[in-house]
Design a binder for this molecule. Structure first.
Ligand SMILES: [Zn+2]
Length: 433
C-alpha cells in the first residue's frame, strides 16, 4: 500500500472563496498566537516546546476570539501540528527557530474527515454549498484526507491523499544510465541487462515551448523591478497598481511553468521506469552545483533533484532498482573506451577525441556510457548474494524515499547479476518474471 496524492483545481464562488480565505487566516492566526506564547515561555522560563501543553490553549483562544468559533476545529488543530513539526525541526537542527507566518495571499487548510466528492462537486465541513472541482483523473484507492491550498496567484487546489495498492511491473531485460545534461535535459544510455555492451543513446531535450515560457518569465521579472514598489524594509513607497497586476501575472506564469515541468518529469520518469529494470543515476550535489554559475541555470531549470525523487519512488513502487553513482566520479572526463582521464576537458567542449585511443566522443554520450559502466560495476559487486524478495507493502512515501536514497539497501526485488554475467547470453531470467 502506498500513499498517493491527487491534485485537482477548485473553482470556488465568491462566497466559498471568502470562507476558505477565512479558514486559512484562522490557521495562521492560531499558529502565530501559540508561537508567541511558546516564545515567551522559552525566553522567560526557558521552557521547551510541548505540544500537549499548548494544545490546552486552543479552547481558551476560541473563547477569546469570536471569529475562531466560526472556523473548522480541524483547522485550529492543524495549526498546532504545523507548529509542532516546526519545533521538531528546530530541535533536531534541521531548521531555525519557527517564524511567525506573514499575512500573505497564500496558505492551506487540512481537512482530515467529513468531506466528500460527488461528481464534480466537493463538499467540505462548515461549507453550505459544494465547491466545483475539476476531476481530470479518476481517484483510485481509499481516500484518506484533503488539503485545500490557495496559491499566490489566488488559484485554489485540492490535494487528495489516497491509499492505493500498486502492483510491481514484470521484470524487463534493460538497464538505463541517465547523465544530467548541460545543454539538453539529460543524455541516456540503454542496453539489455543480458548484453550491456550493446548500447543505444538518446538525448532528452528541454521542450522548446517551456524554454520560451521561461524566457518570458525572466523578461517580465525584469520589467516588474522597474515599476513603483517598496525597495527595502524602511521604504514607504506604495506598490503601484501596475506593479500589483504585473506581479500577479508573474505568479500565474511561474505556477504554470512549474506545473508543466512537474507533469513532464512525471511522464518521463514513468516511461523510464516502465521500460527499464535498473536505473543508474548520478548522485549530484545540487546545492553545490547551483553555486557554480556555469551550471546554475541549466541545473535548477532542469529540476534534476525532483526528477531523481520521482524516479526513486516510482522505482520502489514498481519493483525496479536504482543505483546512485557518487558525484565525484568523473564521468564526463573519462574515456569510455580506454579509461584515460581527460582533465583538460571544459564545459564548452561538446565533442572530443581521446588522445590515447583516438576515439571520437560526444561528450554527453560518453559520460552516460562511463556512468553505466560504473553503475553496473557497483550493482555486480554489491548485490550478487542477494536473492529477489517480495516487494513489501509500505505505506509511507517519505519512508520509501528515505530507504531508496541508500539505493543498495532497498526492498525491491534485486536482479540476480554478477560481474561475470554481464557478458553472458544465458542471463535471460529478467524476462521470466
Ligand atoms: Zn580513449
Amino acid at each position: 500500500m502506498i500513499d498517493y496524492v491527487y491534485k485537482f483545481r477548485l473553482y470556488p464562488n465568491k462566497e466559498q472563496q471568502d470562507f476558505l480565505d477565512r479558514e486559512i487566516g484562522c490557521v495562521r492566526f492560531v499558529y502565530n498566537e501559540i508561537l508567541s506564547e511558546a516564545l515567551e515561555e522559552y525566553e522567560k522560563n526557558s521552557k521547551k516546546w510541548n505540544i500537549y501543553e499548548y494544545k490546552k490553549l486552543l479552547p481558551i483562544l476560541k473563547e477569546e476570539y469570536q471569529f475562531l468559533k466560526e472556523a473548522n476545529s480541524q483547522s485550529r488543530k492543524l495549526a498546532i501540528f504545523n507548529l509542532d513539526a516546526a519545533f521538531k525541526k528546530f530541535f533536531t537542527h534541521q531548521a531555525g527557530f519557527p517564524n511567525f507566518k506573514k499575512k500573505k495571499n497564500s496558505g492551506s487548510i487540512h481537512i482530515p474527515q467529513f468531506f466528500k466528492i460527488e461528481g464534480n462537486l466537493l463538499w467540505a465541513p462548515k461549507l453550505k454549498t459544494p465547491i466545483r472541482i475539476k476531476l481530470h483523473r479518476k481517484i483510485e484507492g481509499r481516500i484518506k484526507s484533503l488539503t485545500i491550498e490557495k496559491t499566490s496567484s489566488s488559484e485554489y487546489y485540492a490535494s487528495i491523499l489516497a491509499e492505493k495498492e500498486i502492483k510491481g511491473l514484470p521484470k524487463v531485460d534493460s538497464v538505463i544510465s541517465i547523465d544530467v545534461g548541460i545543454k539538453s535535459f539529460a543524455t541516456v544510455a540503454t542496453a539489455p541487462l543480458s548484453n550491456p555492451n550493446n548500447r543505444t543513446h538518446e538525448h532528452i531535450e528541454n521542450p522548446k515551448y517551456l524554454v520560451k515560457k521561461e524566457k518570458k518569465l525572466k523578461r517580465l521579472q525584469k520589467q516588474l523591478s522597474k515599476k513603483q514598489h517598496k525597495r527595502n524594509k524602511t521604504d514607504t513607497t506604495r506598490a503601484s497598481s501596475n506593479y500589483r497586476k504585473a506581479s500577479l501575472r508573474i505568479a500565474k506564469l511561474h505556477e504554470h511553468i512549474t506545473n508543466e515541468r512537474k507533469d513532464l518529469l512525471h511522464k518521463l520518469s514513468r516511461r523510464i521506469i516502465d521500460k527499464n529494470q535498473v536505473v543508474i543515476l548520478e548522485d549530484l550535489n545540487i546545492k553545490g552545483m547551483v553555486k557554480n554559475h556555469h551550471l546554475a541555470k541549466s541545473i535548477s531549470d532542469a529540476s534534476w533533484s525532483k526528477f531523481v525523487d520521482f524516479l526513486t519512488y516510482k522505482a520502489n513502487w514498481y519493483g525496479r532498482n536504482t543505483v546512485r553513482v557518487d558525484r565525484f566520479f568523473p564521468s564526463s572526463q573519462e574515456c569510455h573506451d580506454c579509461g584515460y582521464r581527460n582533465t583538460e576537458l571544459t564545459l564548452k567542449d561538446r565533442v572530443w577525441t581521446c588522445p590515447v585511443c583516438g576515439t571520437h566522443h560526444d561528450r554527453d554520450e560518453n559520460a552516460s556510457d562511463v556512468l553505466m559502466d560504473e553503475g553496473l560495476r557497483i550493482l555486480g559487486q554489491e548485490l550478487p548474494e542477494l536473492t529477489p524478495v517480495e516487494k513489501s507493502s509500505v505505506d509511507d512515501r517519505r519512508e520509501i524515499y528515505l530507504k531508496s536514497t541508500s539505493s543498495l539497501k532497498q526492498e525491491a526485488p534485486i536482479p540476480e547479476v554478477s560481474k561475470n554475467k554481464w557478458h553472458s547470453k544465458e542471463a535471460t531470467h529478467f524476462s521470466e518474471g
